[in-house]
Design a protein around this ligand. Structure first.
Ligand SMILES: NC(=O)c1ccc[n+]([C@@H]2O[C@H](COP(=O)([O-])OP(=O)(O)OC[C@H]3O[C@@H](n4cnc5c(N)ncnc54)[C@H](OP(=O)(O)O)[C@@H]3O)[C@@H](O)[C@H]2O)c1
Length: 282
């Protein structure tokens, strides 16, 4: 019998990629969108999980509007904290392994150097706080879990920085891009593949999963245009020049200590992942 995997947020950027990859690899996959499964409704979550009886739950659904969360604290915590609690409870009742996708925004960015899984989170904004509260609920209610923190995600199936840059380049000759926030871009395909590796094991715990290496948003934008051969002037600027409602960490570069110590390969370098993504036929 094939392994049954339920994906929450199955129509989101990562959820879509993961659902398709799981299907291609022969898993019996249930990629459930918001309409099929509202994670804020515990009795619905229980009903759905009891009907499907998954072996693995990949919880990608989230309130991801980082700036909006600053003025919608209740909305962000309802989905990211209590929604995750509901998923953790129902997954545990089903005896399933749980993957909870969390974020680099749990860190405040003040550290010099890279963040390992053993560094203490201290989120700057509501989104990061609510995702971190979700992590706490996973610790409380789940016995077989992977908390996979990721960062700067892009891919084929959602809105993201890469697509925004390419769109802007259609009608701009020059752009200013923030050069004082450093992180790790992550291609959904590389992330999904690593999650699938993890779920085949019992090596539970918290994992930082991103492409390896790091860059600033400015360097990321330059690489996108360079790879695509787009002639556009990109100038570096500071975060202060582009004020946003939510504070973001200046440094959220991951160390992939958990992958390394548990015998998993690190993910390919961010630039080669980006090249592969941009060369894909769409
Ligand atoms: N994108 C990034 O750069 C990034 C970075 C670090 C971590 N992450 C984490 O990675 C995961 C996947 O992110 P993503 O980029 O794929 O985000 P996404 O495209 O915004 O997908 C999130 C999905 O969650 C769904 N959702 C929202 N509220 C829900 C609810 N109450 N019940 C069920 N589904 C609900 C959304 O559906 P509707 O749109 O219909 O509401 C959406 O399809 C998230 O956990 C996010 O926190 C993302």
């Amino acid at each position: 019998m094939s392994t049954k995997v339920l994906v929450t947020g199955g129509h989101g950027q990562l959820g879509t990629e993961l659902t398709l990859m799981l299907q291609n690899r022969g898993y019996e996959t249930f990629g459930l969108g918001h309409r099929d499964l509202d994670i804020t409704n515990l009795s619905q979550v229980r009903d759905v999980f009891q009907t499907i009886h998954p072996d693995v739950v990949c919880h990608t659904a989230a309130y991801t509007a980082v700036d909006k969360a600053e003025t919608d604290r209740n909305g962000a915590f309802l989905v990211n904290a209590y929604g995750t609690r509901n998923v953790a409870i129902a997954a545990e009742e089903a005896g399933a392994k749980l993957v909870y996708v969390s974020t680099d925004y749990v860190f405040n960015g003040e550290k010099e150097g890279t963040y390992s899984e053993f560094d203490q989170p201290s989120p700057l904004g509501v989104y990061g706080q609510s995702k971190y509260a979700g992590e706490q609920f996973v610790h409380d209610f789940s016995t077989k879990y992977f908390i996979t923190r990721t960062s700067w995600v892009y891919g084929q199936y959602g809105g993201n920085f890469v697509k925004t840059m390419l769109k802007l380049a259609e009608n701009h000759d020059r752009l200013k891009v923030v050069n004082d926030q450093r992180g790790c871009p992550t291609w959904t395909r590389d992330l999904a593949a690593k999650i699938i590796e993890l779920i085949q094991t019992d090596q539970y715990g918290t994992y930082h999963i991103s492409n390896s290496g790091s860059c600033t948003w400015y360097e990321f934008a330059k690489a996108i245009f360079e790879i695509k051969g787009i002639d556009i002037q990109v100038a570096p600027c500071t975060t202060e020049e582009f004020p946003r409602p939510a504070k973001r960490p200046h440094n959220s570069v991951f160390e992939h200590m958990a992958l390394r110590l548990n015998g998993f390969d690190e993910v390919e370098n961010w630039k080669s992942g980006l090249k592969d993504f941009l060369s894909m036929k769409r």
